[in-house]
Design a protein around this ligand. Sequence first.
Ligand code: ASP
Length: 363
Amino acid sequence: MLKRRVHLVALALLVLSLAGAAPFVTPAAAQAQGSLPNIVVLATGGTIAGAAASDVQAGYTSGQVGVEQLLAAVPQAKKLANLKGEQISNIGSQDMNDEVWLKLAKRLSALAGQKDVDGIVITHGTDTIEETAYFLNLTVKTKKPIVLTAAMRPSTALSTDRPLNFYNAVAVAANKDAAGRGVLVVVNDWIHGASSLTKTSTTAVQTFLSPVRGLIGTVAYGESEFYRGPVGRNTFDSEFSIDGIGVMPRVDIIMAHENMDGALIQAAATSGAQGIVVAGVGNGNMTQAALETLAAQAKKGIVCVRSSRVATGSVGRKVEVDDDKYGFVASLEHNPQKSRVLLRLALTKTKDPKVIQRYFDEY
Ligand code: ASP
């Protein structure tokens, strides 16, 4: 009976390989074959590198633990891949900035071009991981897996989510099936695409959702399952580049609310913003006063994007606001923070709202 089953399995494997299907190599099988992929871990800080004085306190400091300590703390990950660590920064991601972004994107591009690198894991804070992931998704030209991960509980906490998130991120980066799916974010067993994920809880471990388009896949104790590819053009297929860019254009986000006037929109323009994203109410709406101030900025050549403060859904063109008349861009599914990232890169190429609307359609 057992012999027959073994034969059936062997036959199934033979049929699969004859059909040209890519053989699925589990982490355990790769280890057994001695063919572990080479993964570089770029650490930037965040709660995943955070520490507190006790294991049951809410207060802690992000970015305390270095990459070597992180690697040493999750020895199980070394069974999935040959790991090398590099420290890019060690900051809470609330302090993420253009200098680190450009350094990270350049280092990633260099590593992705190396034959002896199969994938890259980036450890990051949860606060702005969606912005960094989307920025890298638009600027790093590669099909190799790039996987960001994070933790909601610091390394010292009771029940920290650090080790398993890191382990799963390494497993996804080591998986050939992750290639060509754009920049991914792996937290709490879920694999998100950079363009779709957003942080939804200030404290819960299950904070990230991809509310409009759903997940790219799942990963449980290193075993990944992929459901689909990424949404929108990305990485190898992106027309954006940071080559030769030292300073990124300034774009401000302003949140709409009841009784809004145009003062903050005006202030953004005065502060040198080349683009303004309004996190509008509902379908990217705002008071008439704010609308008129925004339209005046668009007329002066500041690119104005209508996004929404609402957690899910899309901001469509010309629903309640005549975007053609005012020269506005509608954010579609991009939330305000993703809209800002895309608009900043768009402004490195053009100020034409029609071209920029195309970017929002395609990316
Ligand atoms: N403030 C932290 C950060 O983004 C929060 C976290 O990582 O969960 O770095």
